[in-house]
Ligand binder design. Structure first.
Ligand code: SF4
Ligand code: SF4
Ligand code: SF4
Length: 161
């Protein structure tokens, strides 16, 4: 069975301890915060309520947020965003990370090509909450485990009434 990165978003405290080693592993992009890019992506997919009259869109005076026609998923345009965090303040569900940084594009490549046999991604060892793991995880919707790409994210489900 393929090994995957597992993130428990219910446990993640947003402390950013996990980014320490991730940053160090990119000599040409030492600010890289792969976990933040992962969290933003997963939050938009799984936590965002995809509001019809989205307060975050209305709060952004730079038109940096877009809600996709197809499934109402949010996208943030790094080059338009100035990091004012107005969207994060007005979202009633805490979907948008307060740590968002404009202009820089972060990337999690799942540490591909940098793991020797039996090694685990660098962020796994630095999360003090044990919210990031690496192993043979599968999607299990009854346990609120969702597969997105090659990542399994655990987060309490919500349903539209
Ligand atoms: S206000 Fe929050 S929950 Fe609603 S669309 Fe925006 S980010 Fe999603
Ligand atoms: S942080 Fe960026 S996306 Fe959010 S309101 Fe400000 S400019 Fe818009
Ligand atoms: S898997 Fe690797 S690249 Fe991705 S966030 Fe963790 S340390 Fe960074």
């Amino acid at each position: 069975m393929a090994k995957r990165l597992f993130i428990d978003l219910d446990k993640c405290a947003g402390c950013e301890e996990c980014t320490v080693e991730c940053k160090c592993s990119y000599p040409y992009h030492s600010d890289n915060n792969g976990v933040l890019s992962l969290r933003e992506w997963l939050h938009f997919q799984l936590i965002c309520r995809k509001c019809e009259d989205a307060p975050c869109l209305n709060a952004c005076r730079y038109e940096a947020l877009e809600q996709l026609e197809s499934d109402k998923t949010l996208k943030r345009n790094n080059l338009l965003c100035v990091g004012c965090k107005s969207c994060a303040v007005v979202c009633p569900f805490g979907t948008i990370c307060f740590e968002i940084i404009p202009f820089l594009t972060f990337k999690c490549d799942l540490c591909e090509g940098r793991l020797e046999n039996k090694e685990v991604p660098l962020c796994v060892g630095t999360c003090p909450k044990g919210a990031i793991k690496y192993g043979e995880f599968e999607e299990d919707l009854e346990k609120n485990r969702h597969k997105l790409g090659n990542v399994i994210a655990q987060v309490t489900s919500w349903k539209r009434e």
